[in-house]
Design a binder for this molecule. Structure first.
Ligand code: SF4
Length: 350
């Protein structure tokens, strides 16, 4: 899953390349082989559309790759379930873009890993819900922590054998109220399996009370010592030479979010173009719980790539006006967020 598992902005910073559109995030599949407790696909199963992006839709996006440097092939599902995934990677790499994706690791078989190395995929981010089997397995239903670790070790071995630095591996550790103590262990794991870094992420999309109970961050004042495990993990990471980034555990003031919708965009499996993945899950609308308040925002699209070109959609009045609001906010802190962003945790730095 893409956005549940980390900020695209952070991943692109790690990929380290820029262009006209800094990155396009692409939801290549909204299907999944797991049923994670914190995933909207699990919680809203009755209204979720599980589908793969077609090569035709992807081709419409790929026409724009000369103006894009980073392509991130992950939305709300498991990207390796899309049978066209290798072809999609190939099109991005041939156009000179970097290519990365987030995976639960279940489909990382030897053949797939070999292909990722051959295709010089730049970044593979592995989703973790803890750094011990009981924690991870209880939240990521269907995933086995020990198997994920074996896959990571195997990928490291294959890269060594083929003398390849790529793909770079990143561990995305989702912080819950009860797993922060495992953060240092995640850093040790990263060192052991040759991962370049650990990103400690928040459950930044909360749409249901069952999800709200899991989040680590607080909307109010943080108690003394809250989040001390992050400092421990950071110290350890420095000693071990592992890159470590953690998102804050408390709300900041409204700002331009790390998805950077002024430069980046998201295209869903069915071709709908949005400023970010958070506004475009495969559901008719987006339920949210924001600091205890239940609300619903419409699924937001500024056009479908199967009907209009990307430049036409990007320059459309409504999309331009959305970006103008955000630009004003970035320049003048007193400006208000667009309505769609006001109840999004990403807008407050999480
Ligand atoms: S703040 Fe707005 S643009 Fe940023 S992630 Fe949230 S909904 Fe998307």
């Amino acid at each position: 899953m893409g956005s549940l598992d980390g900020s695209m902005g952070e991943m692109i910073r790690l990929l380290g390349r820029r262009s006209k559109h800094n990155y396009i995030q692409i939801g290549v599949s909204s299907r999944c082989n797991h049923s994670c407790a914190m995933c909207p696909r699990t919680v809203f199963r009755d209204r979720w559309t599980s589908t793969d992006m077609t090569l035709e839709t992807y081709g419409r996006i790929a026409e724009n790759f000369p103006d894009v440097r980073n392509v991130y092939l992950s939305g709300w599902g498991e990207p390796l379930l899309n049978p066209h995934f290798p072809e999609m990677v190939r099109l991005a790499k041939e156009a000179g873009c970097t290519a990365g994706f987030t995976t639960n690791g279940a489909r990382l078989e030897d053949e797939t890993m070999g292909q990722l190395i051959d295709d010089r995929v730049d970044l593979v981010s592995l989703s973790l819900a803890g750094a011990a089997a009981p924690t991870h397995d209880s939240r990521r239903t269907g995933s086995r922590f020990n198997e994920v670790v074996e896959k990571l070790e195997r990928l490291q071995e294959l890269k060594k054998r083929r003398r390849s630095e790529s793909p770079r591996v990143l561990l995305l550790f989702m912080m819950f109220s009860d797993n922060l103590g495992e953060l240092p262990e995640a850093v040790r794991l990263a060192e052991r399996v040759g991962a370049g870094g650990v990103v400690a992420t928040n459950l930044d999309y909360v749409g249901h009370a069952a999800m709200d109970e899991l989040r680590a961050f607080t909307c109010g004042e943080a108690p003394e010592g809250f989040g001390a495990e992050i400092d421990d993990a950071m110290d350890l990471a420095e000693r071990l030479g592992v890159e470590f980034t953690a998102f804050p555990l408390g709300l900041g003031r409204a700002r331009l979010c790390s998805e950077d919708p002024l430069n980046n965009l998201y295209v869903s499996e069915d071709g709908e173009v949005s400023p970010c993945v958070y506004l475009n899950p495969p559901m008719p609308e987006v339920p949210r719980i924001f600091c205890g308040e239940e609300t619903v925002v419409p699924r937001t699209s500024f056009g479908n790539i199967n009907e209009r070109s990307l430049p036409e959609i990007w320059k459309g009045d409504k999309y331009s006006s959305f970006r103008s609001r955000l630009k004003k906010l970035a320049e003048d802190k007193s400006s208000l967020l667009p309505e769609e962003c006001r109840t999004c945790y990403k807008a407050y730095g999480l």
